[in-house]
Design a protein around this ligand. Structure first.
Ligand SMILES: C[S@@+](CC[C@H](N)C(=O)[O-])C[C@H]1O[C@@H](n2cnc3c(N)ncnc32)[C@H](O)[C@@H]1O
Length: 292
């Protein structure tokens, strides 16, 4: 029997315990954004059983669940780093699926990356300059960066701001193949820095893509709050060459953030996109903010 006990704040924060016959347990993990509801399912492939329950209200998302997959391989820890506020960033792999967790909470998984790619496509479709300068903050597993590279021409310049050197190293090694080695592309310059500090230098871009947390709310490091308030948005606006576009990835809608964007002088559109490449399944939110 597999038992799961979870945190009320995040699906990946629970611990799994095995009793009796050892059945590997996979804690249900995806970037948050579940709605009220639950399900029990028996998978057609791999004979999986899963229970998923979730609640989402305003800023608060919580959920829990488990999957049992007979014969599933144990999880491997591939790398660790410490965040400036003392949290632990860990890279895991199981059965070819990679995940990055912060203090046990999932920041990113290679299981679903449709919305990370949509962030790039939706923003770049609105950029008019033929050879745009694009800022991608942060790197994660490189899916957003790959989607940028797939649509911009050769003469374009892409700066990636990634705060953790370990994430860059992981993308040059274990994670390189996930998004077809985007760091090897000559259009890309990697800056190992806090994207907020990079913006303090008043660089100029045609598009800024932000996916550093699970939405416009600090998750990875506490000081990311400064990106989403009036001062942070003003700093971003000043770094956009008109007509410039800011895109922000989010697990959930966030009407107060939309209002802050409008107040900061952006024209705001909100798109709901599938988390997976398939149209069905969970949805995420992309804020598209244009400065005219
Ligand atoms: C959710 S992942 C990004 C996923 C990415 N869009 C992809 O397609 O794989 C968030 C990334 O932002 C980085 N990060 C968090 N805060 C940051 C900051 N202030 N400046 C730069 N990078 C940051 C994290 O280390 C992590 O690599």
């Amino acid at each position: 029997m597999a038992m799961w006990s979870g945190s009320p704040t995040h699906p990946a924060a629970g611990t799994a315990a095995l009793q009796g016959n050892a059945i590997p347990v996979l804690l249900w993990g995806s970037r948050p954004g579940c709605r009220v509801g639950g399900s029990f399912s028996q998978g057609k492939q791999q004979h999986t059983n899963s229970i998923r329950l979730g609640v989402s209200a305003g800023f608060v998302s919580c959920g829990f669940g488990y999957e049992t997959i007979p014969g599933m391989k144990p999880q491997a820890t591939l790398g660790r780093a410490t965040t400036p506020d003392g949290k632990e960033l860990v890279l895991y792999e199981r059965d070819g699926v990679y995940s990055i967790r912060v203090n046990g909470l999932e920041l990113m998984s290679s299981r679903a990356h449709g919305s990370e790619e949509a962030l790039a496509r939706l923003v770049l479709a609105r950029v008019r300059r033929p050879h745009p300068r694009v800022l991608v903050g942060g790197l994660g597993m490189g899916y957003t960066l790959r989607a940028v590279l797939d649509v911009v021409p050769q003469q374009s310049k892409i700066v990636v701001a990634e705060i953790f050197p370990a994430v860059v190293e992981w993308n040059q090694a274990d994670l390189a193949g996930l998004a077809n080695a985007p760091l090897s592309d000559p259009r890309v310059t990697v800056r190992v820095t806090d994207v907020a500090d990079l913006l303090d230098g008043h660089p100029i871009f045609d598009a800024i893509l932000l996916d550093v947390d699970n939405g416009p709310d600090a998750f990875t490091i506490a000081r990311n709050t400064r990106l989403y308030g009036a001062q942070g948005l003003e700093k971003i606006r000043r770094s956009l060459r008109r007509p410039g576009v800011l895109g922000v990835w989010s697990a959930d809608p966030d009407p107060p953030f939309e209002r802050r964007l409008s107040k900061a002088g952006f024209r705001v559109q909100v798109e709901t996109v599938p988390a997976h490449r398939a149209v069905k399944g969970p949805k995420h939110t992309i804020f598209i903010a244009t400065v005219a």
